[in-house]
Design a protein around this ligand. Structure first.
Ligand code: ATP
Ligand code: MG
Length: 320
């Protein structure tokens, strides 16, 4: 799942969505618009509905096939929040949730106004996963800790009651699992970043993309060399270049031997814009109506699976 908040960026695309497209060939997949996760921080009600449809269209434009895979909106399948509540009570511990680094990072931003939902977010995510007997959860590496929690909750529940949940594995890409911010290569690219200079948005205009790349932070020196330790900014840009162009890191280093950052960034903008223009063309051909239809049928298909699992859970704990 991805949250329908902020601006979808190239990190979400390269870290998560490209894996999803590939997994469809081998697996029965469920792809979720996690709107209940989005409201763990403040959202504008008018914007939120728009973002839900926008994200659905992004899934489709990226190559998720609604005939093969289920695309659905989390809040339309009430089993997610029901299971989250049950796991809150039976299996989740405050001490586990306090260890979640994402909560620590995000709560710093919201001061006194941190919602209980933000703290509980990983339990809802565990429900999102466990309802569907997931074998694999394809994520960027910032989400590994949350998938590990889902594994722990599944094991604890199975142990305390009866064998109910499949224990899922996570799947991260070797390259692209963590695309860093263009304005600060020590932090991941994020939809909720303070400045739009942090990310390359999938719906940004060509002028904006070009400007953001040309202004991206670089390291000292002038060599185009992949070295995460000493040249984190240029290494991040090389990763993006490599993933979008299909050239290996070595090939890129060779190509730009003797060239400076300016030449490299110029070409990175060309490569990025080629990808974006194709992507945005597909995106613009999908209507809101089509997206709504896909969400309505996806919710029905998801509910069929989720409701079965919830009945099993309720029986296991003695509610029915
Ligand atoms: P937010 O800042 O609101 O949390 P986000 O950019 O982290 O937004 P999410 O909706 O939380 O986006 O995550 C969606 C998916 O994208 C997850 O699988 C996550 O691991 C992946 N992802 C997020 N940021 C990156 C990144 N910088 N590089 C690679 N993958 C990422
Ligand atoms: Mg996130």
């Amino acid at each position: 799942g991805i949250q329908p908040s902020g601006h979808l960026h190239i990190g979400n695309y390269l870290g998560a969505i490209t894996q999803w497209v590939d997994l469809q060939k081998e697996y029965d997949c469920f792809f979720c618009i996690v709107d209940y996760h989005a409201i763990t921080v403040k959202q504008n009600p008018e914007e939120l509905r728009k973002k839900i449809l926008e994200l659905t269209k992004i899934y489709l434009a990226a190559g998720i096939d609604p005939k093969k895979s289920v695309i659905f909106q989390q809040s339309l399948v009430s089993e997610h929040t029901e299971l989250a509540w049950i796991l809150n009570c039976t299996s989740a511990r405050v001490s586990d949730l306090k260890k979640m680094t994402q909560f620590k990072d995000k709560s710093l931003k919201h001061g006194e106004n941190v919602s209980v939902g933000l703290f509980d977010y990983p339990v809802l995510m565990a429900a999102d996963i466990l309802l569907y007997n997931a074998d694999l959860v394809p994520v960027g590496d910032d989400q590994i800790q949350h998938v590990e929690l889902a594994r722990d909750l599944a094991k604890r529940f199975n142990n305390d009651f009866q064998d109910t949940f499949k224990v899922p594995d996570y799947k991260v890409r070797k390259e692209g699992a963590r695309i860093m911010g263009l304005d600060d290569p020590s932090k991941k690219m994020s939809k909720s970043a303070d400045s739009p200079a942090n990310f390359l948005g999938l719906t940004d205009s060509p002028e904006v993309i070009k400007r953001k790349i040309m202004r991206a932070v670089t390291d000292s020196g002038s060599e185009i060399k992949y070295d995460r330790q000493n040249k984190p900014a240029i290494s991040n840009l090389i990763s993006i270049y490599s993933l979008l162009s299909g050239l290996s890191v070595k090939e890129i280093e060779k190509k730009y031997l003797g060239h400076g950052y300016g030449d490299f960034k110029h070409d990175l903008a060309v490569v990025t814009l080629e990808f974006m223009s194709e992507f945005q063309k597909r995106y613009s051909m999908i209507s809101d109506k089509q997206a709504e239809k896909i969400l309505a049928s996806g919710a029905k298909r998801a509910k069929l699976v989720a409701s079965q699992k919830l009945i099993q859970v309720k029986k296991a704990i003695g509610l029915i």
